[in-house]
Write a protein that binds this ligand. Structure first.
Ligand SMILES: [Zn+2]
Ligand SMILES: [Zn+2]
Length: 320
């Protein structure tokens, strides 16, 4: 399913199966998660420099070529598809900020396809025997949630603003770690609130509501800048608001008093391979179960529009 340009629907195209170059794996795609970033790409809020491009950066696939010893093993492909390896960020454990990074499904063809190529160095081994569609949402929704949670330090009471794919994974991890989760959703999204409570949240309610007790940290997953001052107001002194999306509408002006007392607002960008290794191990120990709605590959545009309209809870996954 090919992206041609902003404002144009994804288009099905029959291509010859690509051949792996040096260091690349050819994967037969088992499943590819649908991410809000894909909507931002579709809408031009995050730019695709050189379309046509195949979107999709939460790929679970089996190796069919490129690795003669281990054909048939299963790997996961995340958003971070390539880095230069020698800039000041790459050499200081911050490859997520590499200025020359290439991202899967933006700069490199991704997983909205039956086959995909990936640089072996950026793939993760997928050890579990869970179906591909269950694992795929861990590769961005889970991963970015995990990186955002790392920015929250030892926070015990964690607010999650926007209870979608990321939050439903992170809630399970938080609970397993003994943290308390407070889930904030759109006012009428009763289904997301119910899912949050089912997954162990101690409280769920509309984003404009104050939580029953002040939060040590809040992670904003929804791309809505008006949530940032709301989340700040919900924080205890010393608390942190982490903005976890790649794009957000403008943040409205707010009084200094809600930032005062060492509250912090920060963003989280991309991932490092270390984040991926840690999250996949943690998700396995915490026995995270993803709630997925699957779509056949050719309904990629439907999946994206359902995500935009909030028509499912949990995560959407394309299955070729
Ligand atoms: Zn993503
Ligand atoms: Zn670099």
């Amino acid at each position: 399913m090919v992206f041609d340009g902003v404002g144009r629907p994804l288009r099905a195209e029959q291509r010859t199966i690509p051949q792996p170059g040096p260091g690349q794996l050819l994967l037969r795609v088992q499943a590819c998660g649908v991410c809000r970033t894909d909507l931002h790409l579709l809408d031009g809020e995050v730019e695709i420099a050189s379309p046509p491009r195949i979107l999709g950066h939460q790929i679970v696939g089996t190796v069919v070529a490129g690795d003669e010893d281990e054909d048939g093993r299963r790997v996961g492909v995340p958003w971070l598809g390539w880095t230069d390896g020698d800039c000041e960020y790459c050499t200081s454990g911050r490859e997520n900020l590499c200025p020359n990074a290439r991202f899967t499904g933006r700069d490199i063809d991704g997983g909205y396809a039956e086959y995909a190529l990936a640089d072996e160095r950026y793939c993760f081994p997928i050890a579990t025997d869970h179906p591909g569609e269950q694992v795929a949402p861990l590769l961005c929704a889970g991963l970015i949630g995990y990186r955002a949670l790392r920015m929250c330090g030892e926070a015990r009471r964690v607010g999650l603003y926007g209870f979608g794919a990321s939050a439903h994974i992170l809630a399970q991890i938080c609970r397993w770690q003994g943290r308390e989760v407070f889930a904030f959703t759109r006012p009428d999204d009763v289904k997301a609130q119910e899912l949050a409570l089912e997954l162990g949240a101690v409280w769920a309610g509309p984003s404009a509501d104050a939580p029953p007790e002040p939060l040590d940290a809040a992670i904003v997953f929804a791309p809505d800048g008006t949530l940032v001052p709301l989340a700040l107001r919900a924080l205890a002194p010393g608390g942190t608001v982490v903005c976890a999306g790649i794009h957000m509408s403008d943040i409205p002006a707010f009084p200094y008093s809600i930032l005062w007392q060492e509250r912090v607002v920060r963003s989280v960008a991309n991932l490092t391979r270390r984040d991926g290794e840690e999250l996949l191990a943690l998700a396995s120990r915490a026995e995270v179960k993803t709630h997925v709605t699957t779509y056949p590959l050719e309904l990629a545009s439907t999946a994206l529009e359902d995500l935009r309209a909030g028509r499912f809870t949990g995560a959407a996954v394309l299955v070729p």
